[in-house]
Design a binder for this molecule. Structure first.
Ligand SMILES: Nc1nc2c(c(=O)[nH]1)N[C@H]1C(S)=C(S)[C@@H](COP(=O)(O)OP(=O)(O)OC[C@H]3O[C@@H](n4cnc5c(N)ncnc54)[C@H](O)[C@@H]3O)O[C@H]1N2
Ligand code: MOO
Length: 423
């Protein structure tokens, strides 16, 4: 009996392992070199174009961690209560008028600088206000405090000369705060990556066009634009192109001018109406077009002139999976980033699964804790590459490596949370 292909992945040519494709791509690309200055408020999500070293200690001075009383630890009786006359008051942002003398306590508030004493010494300890009593201009301090309690040392966060952030780092809110604490108002970043996108397909339309028989509204272009916006790219939307090689070739030629990357969806599988591959070959060169992953096997990777081209498949889930696993690391590198690989976390499979050797598969899952607090991944019941609602419902993807052929419920699997990849 003739052997029918058991799924749409049966085909004669070599399927390229995803790591091989990514390593090869890495060698081919030239990241953006142009830099610009970004105000801190605009710097989130940009890639730092310089190494940042601390010029200042943070905090710049020893200060109190609590509202209370600054005192010399050596003035405290080892047992019982010590009575210290109050000899001053320091609020945050102010200095004590004159030195703090031995045998006294200074009223102090959180963040206020520790007062200086005489001869280079000074109060070294702060008693929290809740733990002592004020009475007739003095404070009663119980025993039991440790030397240095509630005092924050200058430079305990950052010391002048410390390396802070390295070139290629993706700036997050905490990085921006760290730079601000150094008194910086701007950071040197790489300019945004300019990405041209278009969809292909005679069936694909944008509103307000009517949904005539046989046509669908474009979702991919909007998903892609949102993904790229989220990565800080400057997106040029070239709309929808028909299944026409000459039209696609012309658009590719135009897009190569003034962009750093061309990203499309649809038209990359081997059908007679899939013209993207041929159009890229006409305008430039194609390096790969079949990756050993599912969903998303037909990914076309090439270049038009010097501009990299990524042709994602048309199915909306395949678009997202291939974007996350192929386009995203490439975009990070092109943008000047030195990306850390997305982390996978071990979770318990709540499903059985069989797959072919030598191909990497991505299964859409939701996570929930079982009775023992273990995180269990449940497979989304409808897993077609066109079921975009599965991506809305899922928490992430279980990645099943090339060497694995079966998963059994109860075993550990690698989970890629959407939050790891900016979703
Ligand atoms: N005989 C075979 N047929 C197919 C194979 C195969 O190996 N042999 N592979 C299948 C796989 S897997 C995928 S994925 C698709 C990819 O093909 P294309 O990249 O050429 O995609 P299209 O045919 O253009 O579209 C596929 C599917 O997605 C819909 N689509 C396209 N663009 C959009 C858009 N912008 N928004 C929403 N939906 C879109 C399109 O209507 C199709 O339903 O090929 C399989 N076929
Ligand atoms: O794998 Mo295709 O890439 O199913 O959608």
């Amino acid at each position: 009996m003739a052997q029918l292909t058991d799924d749409c992945f049966a085909f004669g040519g070599r399927l390229i392992p995803i790591e091989e494709a990514l390593t090869d791509l890495d060698r081919r690309i030239r990241p953006v070199a142009e830099i610009e200055s970004a105000a801190l408020r605009q710097a989130r999500g940009r890639y730092l174009a310089e190494d940042l070293t601390a010029a200042l200690d943070v905090p710049p001075h020893d200060n109190s961690a609590v509202d209370g009383y600054a005192l010399y630890f050596d003035d405290l009786l080892p047992e019982g209560t010590t009575r210290l006359p109050l000899a001053g008051r320091i609020a945050a942002g102010h200095m004590l008028d004159g030195p703090a003398r031995r045998g006294t306590a200074i009223r102090i508030f959180t963040g206020a600088p520790m007062p200086a004493g005489e001869n280079g010494s000074g109060p070294d300890t702060v008693m929290m206000q809740e733990d002592c009593t004020e009475e007739d201009g003095a404070v009663l301090v119980p025993a039991g405090l440790k030397r240095g309690a509630n005092r924050r040392k200058a430079g305990e966060d950052v010391q002048a000369g410390d390396p802070l952030l390295t070139r290629g780092h993706l700036l997050r809110p905490q990085d921006i705060g760290l730079a601000a604490a150094q008194g910086l108002t701007h950071l040197t970043v790489y300019r945004p990556l300019r990405v041209a996108i278009f969809s292909t397909g005679d069936e694909v339309r944008d509103p307000p066009a009517d949904l005539a028989p046989g046509v669908i509204y474009d979702s991919n272009r909007h998903t892609l634009a949102a993904l790229l916006d989220g990565m800080g790219c400057a997106v040029t939307d070239l709309g929808i192109l028909p299944d026409d090689r000459a039209a696609i070739a012309r658009a590719l030629g135009r897009a190569a001018d003034g962009h750093d990357l061309i990203l499309t969806s649809g038209g990359v599988s081997g059908g007679e109406e899939d013209h993207v591959k041929a159009a890229v070959e006409q305008q430039g060169s194609l390096h790969f077009w079949r990756l050993a992953i599912k969903p998303g096997r037909p990914v076309a990777l090439g270049q038009v002139g010097a501009v990299p081209f990524i042709g994602l498949p048309g199915n909306p889930v395949a678009v997202m999976v291939t974007f996350l696993r192929v386009a995203r690391p490439l975009i990070q590198r092109l943008s000047g980033g030195i990306p850390a690989p997305a982390r996978l976390f071990p979770v318990t499979a709540g499903f059985d699964y069989k797959k072919k050797l030598d191909r990497r598969e991505y299964v859409r899952v939701t996570l929930a804790a079982d009775g023992d607090g273990k995180l269990v991944a449940s497979r989304f019941p409808r897993d077609g590459a066109g079921i975009l609602s599965s991506m809305v419902a899922a928490d992430g993807l279980v990645e099943i490596g090339e060497a694995i052929t079966r998963i059994e419920a109860g075993g550990l699997v690698d989970f890629l949370p959407f939050s790891e990849v900016g979703l």
